[in-house]
Each structure stands twice: as C-alpha cells, then as structure tokens.
Design a binder for this molecule. Structure first.
Ligand code: 13P
Length: 374
C-alpha cells in the first residue's frame, strides 16, 4: 500500500520536474489519498458483484414509467427505487454500488430512512451521476458534448457529505448511419474525453472515485468492426487525457460499451465474437493499473448483456475484474413485474433474479439454463 502512495508521490514529483524544466503545464494539486480511492474502486468490482445504475434523470425515468402506464412524481420515483434498494439478497450479495441521481441521493424512504442509508445497510456503496447531460456540440450537427463541469467541485463536496463515494460521467459518441465515416468526428471525441478527464481529476481531489464512461452508442446500422474502430480511438484518447490531467488510474473505474454491431445492422455477431472483440479492444487500450471495468448494457437485451459478460469472464483471464454497471438490463424486468400497481413482491423477485444472473456472469459461472423457469 505504501508502495502505491510512494508511486503517487514520485509521479507528482516527476510531473513537477517536467513542469519546471520544460513546459508551462499546470502542476497537479496535492496527491489525493490514492489508497483510499483504490480501496473504494476495488469494492465496486468485488467478485460476483456489480453496479446498479439507478441514476436516470427525471425525464428518462418518466419515459420508463410510461411503458408501464405509471405517472412520474417524486413519490413514484422514490417508491420504485426504495423497492429496489430493499431487495434481498440481491443488494447484499450482488450489488457492490448504486449510482443515484441528484433527487434520489436526497430522498427518504417511506419510513424516513434515507435511500442512501438503505444502500449502506446492504453493504453497498452509494454513488452519484454528476454530469448534466449530453447537449448539442457546437459546429458539429448531430454530435453531443456532455456538460456539467461548472460548479462541479462544490457539488462533489456536497455529494461526498451526502454519502457518495464514487461518481459517474457519461460521454456519448454516436456513429454515423449508412457508412458515414465523418461521424464521429475527432473533434467530438477529443472534447468529450477532455471533459471526462477534467471531471475525473475533480472527483479524485474530493475523495470520490470517478467512473469514466465513454459510451459508443449501439444505435444505427454500423458493423461490429466499425464499433471496434471507434471505441478503440475513444479509449486511446481517454487514457491520454487522463494521464495529461494527472488522474491516478488506480482510483478510477472504466465503464465502456461492449463491441457490438449497431442495432439496425443486418449482420449481428454471436456471443463469442462479441466477447473476443471486446477483450481485444480493451486489451489494446486499457492499462492494467485500472482496478476494474464495469460495462454498460446500452440497449442490449437482458440476456445478451448477461451472456456477453459471462463469456468474457469464462474465457479470458483479463488483467482487470470485469463486471456490470447496468441500468436497463437490471431494471427492465423488475419494472414490468412491479408495474403500475407497485407489486413489491413480484418486482423484488425479478430484481433478485437479474442481479443473481449478472453476479454469476461476473464470475463466468452463468449458463442459459439458469434463465429458464425464472
Ligand atoms: P444502461 O445499462 O441502460 O446502458 O445504463 C447504464 C448507464 O448508466 C448509462 O450511463
């Protein structure tokens, strides 16, 4: 442990020397307690556990509720999330951390216990989405830049007081339709990766582990090869920016997309090919110092998201733990079961099942038979 702290100090010194001798780069601030950040990050990817992304913005959760004919109010949003966070054994056994939204991190459950406390009671770590969403990128029609850096330092301090020990920021990279090679632009990738690194450095300064999420969307008709190429470029740029901005990789978690063909591509890859190409891409781009990788589900079916994760864990001895940080692939089934009437028993049964399936996939111990009769 001391070795890591020493390394942090040495890196800081090296950087300062470079700064003094050559370039007008700014000096990184005080070296944060990297051991503490590393411990949190390792907890987020503990064996057989993964992250529940319950950080839908008010607009997005409203759309999800529409699918079950439920109106979205502060109370219905609270009831839904309280039901999830009280689900056992899912929470204690398979959910290492929960990503919350600004409203949720401040909410109390019906009996007055804070939702943060419910998560902590289950031995899970509360986290917070801190970006303020993807907005149109100036001068590049159709592309997005994720916002939320203004005032972020103060927001992080408050979130830490409210119990958050990790955060999430999602950059969105869209691939052009019909073989349009101009999209994504390097401009779009560069500014988004720069923003991710600025966010990550601020998190670490405030004792919060940044989940860095450069999501290459699966919308569109692109091939799996094109997804590989774009993801590889984005990840290479991401790690350059993290280095340039003094982010300590030991205190980060990567949340990437898997390498898949666009949803509208007629040629869809099988499970093995997705696992192979994803591992090849990550192996080429992600330093071994990263404590863990937690995939997003991105619109894959529940079972695909589980099968792909399982295949990677079953067939590869990767340098990082590989787990899930799923939103839709963990919540779609429970939401349907919970339904408009708020059937807690059915909702929790469905959540227990998906959490267990993904927990097994994180160990490479899932098989399709386990889905039957669920
Ligand atoms: P999905 O698993 O639904 O893609 O959501 C994960 C997430 O948090 C995206 O930012």
């Amino acid at each position: 442990m001391d070795g890591r702290q020493d390394l942090a100090g040495r890196r800081g010194a090296l950087r300062n020397e470079i700064v003094r001798s050559k370039t007008p780069l700014t000096t990184p601030g005080d070296i944060m307690d990297i051991d503490q950040l590393n411990e949190i990050a390792l907890g987020m990817v503990a064996p057989g556990k993964g992250i529940l992304a319950a950080d839908e913005s008010t607009g997005t959760i409203g759309k999800r509720f529409e699918t079950i004919g439920l109106g979205s109010t502060a109370d219905t949003r609270r009831d839904w999330r309280e039901m999830l966070f009280r689900t056992e054994p899912a929470m204690s056994e398979h959910i290492s951390g929960v990503i919350l939204y600004d409203e949720t991190i401040r909410q109390n459950s019906e009996d007055g216990t804070s939702l943060v406390q419910l998560i902590q009671n289950a031995g899970s770590i509360p986290g917070i989405k801190v970006d303020t969403g993807a907005k149109d990128l100036a001068g590049s029609p159709g592309e997005k830049i994720t916002e939320g850096l203004d005032g972020l330092r103060d927001r992080l301090k408050e979130y830490h007081e409210l119990g958050a020990r990790f955060a999430k920021w999602r950059a969105v990279i869209d691939i052009g339709r019909g073989g349009d090679d101009a999209m994504p632009s390097q401009y779009c990738i560069n500014v988004n990766m720069h923003a991710l690194a600025r966010y990550a450095a601020l998190c670490q300064e405030n004792g919060i582990v940044p989940i860095v999420e450069p999501e290459v969307l699966m919308d569109g008709d692109h091939t799996i090869e094109r997804c590989y190429e774009v993801t590889e470029y984005a990840l290479k740029r991401l790690y350059e920016e993290l280095f340039a901005q003094g982010v300590m990789l030991e205190g980060t978690i990567l949340k990437p997309n898997m390498i898949v063909a666009g949803k509208a591509c007629p040629d869809q890859a099988g499970v093995e090919e997705v696992a192979d190409m994803t591992m090849q891409c990550l192996g080429n781009c992600v330093p071994a110092a990263v404590p863990g990788i937690a995939f997003l589900s991105g619109g894959q079916s529940d079972e695909d998201a589980t099968a792909h994760l399982n295949a990677m864990n079953a067939e590869y001895d990767a340098p990082w733990p590989l787990t899930f940080s799923y939103g839709r692939a963990l919540q779609a089934a429970p939401l349907k079961a919970w339904g408009k009437t708020g059937d807690v028993k059915s909702g929790q049964a469905a959540f227990n099942h998906r959490a267990r399936m993904n927990g097994l996939a994180a160990l490479g111990q899932w098989s399709p038979d386990l889905e039957k009769g669920a």
